[in-house]
Design a protein around this ligand. Structure first.
Ligand SMILES: Nc1ncnc2c1ncn2[C@@H]1O[C@H](COP(=O)(O)OP(=O)(O)O)[C@@H](O)[C@H]1O
Ligand SMILES: [Mg+2]
Length: 378
């Protein structure tokens, strides 16, 4: 029995109503037993004076024995009390039943929905009635379910994308190997080079994926310190100089002279700028120009990489930061492009610093500009 009450919110509510009624009745009874005699006396005495003193002495002293009309009155009073208590109890039971139903029904519904979600049915939602705390809870519950649904579909999408990306180089390697075994492909240096390049692609893809998962789950520590922007830029231009030279592209630097230091993890900032500059070199034809500029805007420093390359058609602009997104897959592959994860990683890194990363391009063949911000060191 007590177990039943402990486990049912409705029973608890009902019980609390009944306890309140019982305590109320008990208080009324005790109070009336003390107050009633004195009050009765006072009224009888008042009636006596009204009747010209004839009623003097008719009051009841409490110890001298009750006159019959007092016990009549008391019986009547107690009867009224009994009916009142019964009526209150009935109202309490009915009210308690409906109230507890209105509280427990949505909770049970949510409990059921939670069970279904736990079993993998992420489209489960509960109905929201009214605007009280329970309705708010139901609303939050639905929001949570929505979020879970999103995460789940992202996970599925990711697995699909990754398998697709892995399949392309694997198919190429397998095809070449079969060609070699069947003697269809000549066993030349060229063939081996091709296979090696595909294996290399596979390797880079796995590295990128590992990095992406680390960055997105924030499983790394940002070592934030005041850093000179010029030091970041110099590191990157030195690192990419051979690549730029081989394409006869010259780096132009346009750094504001009074540039303040930024608060950043230098290695990570270098990684972002390397990524953007590497893309600029990759997507700019020979003898083009790549300009790295930096200037202070309000409380941040904007660092941008501008190129005179192939540009990005406006329909691709909103997507290039998505995982595996490449504006032109065939060209990206031919030119030894990556897996389309580089910009996703770069954006996640910039956002971890509290900055933003965006792209602008006037269109195909008109070059592109990638800009990111880093907060000033205080
Ligand atoms: N500087 C650029 N000029 C033109 N297109 C670019 C540039 N940088 C990035 N893109 C486009 O954005 C896509 C995604 O870039 P990224 O994430 O670095 O992937 P990828 O591995 O292909 O370089 C690229 O495939 C390319 O289509
Ligand atoms: Mg890239």
């Amino acid at each position: 029995m007590t177990d039943y009450f402990r486990r049912h919110l409705g029973a608890k509510l009902l019980l609390s109503y009944l306890v309140i009624i019982l305590v109320g009745v008990a208080v009324l009874i005790v109070a009336s037993q003390f107050i009633l005699p004195a009050s009765f006396n006072r009224h009888m005495a008042g009636m006596g004076t009204m009747m010209g003193g004839q009623g003097q002495g008719q009051g009841w002293g409490g110890h001298t024995g009750a006159p019959p009309f007092y016990s009549e009155f008391r019986a009547g009073f107690n009867e009224a009390l009994l009916y009142a208590a019964l009526a209150a109890a009935v109202v309490a039971i009915v009210l308690g039943f409906y109230l507890s139903r209105s509280v427990t029904a949505p909770i049970s519904a949510m409990s059921l929905a939670a069970e279904r979600i736990a079993a993998g049915r992420y489209d489960e939602r509960v109905q929201v009635h009214g605007a009280d705390e329970l309705a708010q809870l139901a609303m939050r519950f639905n929001q949570m379910a929505e979020k879970l649904n999103e995460v789940e579909s992202m996970r599925r999408q990711l697995i699909g994308d990754v398998s697709h990306e892995l399949r392309t180089p694997l198919t190429a390697i397998k095809g070449s190997m079969e060609g070699l075994m069947d003697g269809v492909l000549p066993a030349t240096q060229d063939t081996y080079q091709q296979i090696h390049a595909e294996a290399d692609r596979l390797n880079r893809l796995v590295d990128d994926l590992q990095e992406l998962s680390r960055v997105e789950s924030q499983a790394y520590q940002l070592d934030l310190r005041p850093v000179e922007v010029s030091s970041i830029v110099t590191t990157v231009t030195k690192r990419l100089a051979p690549q730029a030279e081989s394409k006869r592209i010259s780096f132009d630097l346009d750094l504001a002279s009074d540039l303040p230091r930024v608060l950043a993890d230098e290695d990570r900032a270098v990684q972002v700028l390397t990524n953007l500059t590497g893309n600029a070199l990759q997507y700019t034809p020979e003898a083009g120009r790549v300009t790295i500029a930096a200037k202070q805007v309000n409380h941040e420093v904007q660092i941008s990489v501008r190129d005179t390359g192939v540009g990005i058609p406006s329909e691709h602009l909103p997507h290039i930061f998505d995982r595996f997104y490449r504006a032109d897959k065939s060209r990206s592959r031919r030119s030894g492009g990556g897996s389309g994860i580089g910009l996703t990683i770069a954006r996640a890194l910039v956002e971890a610093h509290g900055g933003r990363l965006w792209a602008e391009s006037a269109g195909e063949g008109k070059g592109s500009t990638f800009t990111f911000t880093l907060p000033l060191a205080k």
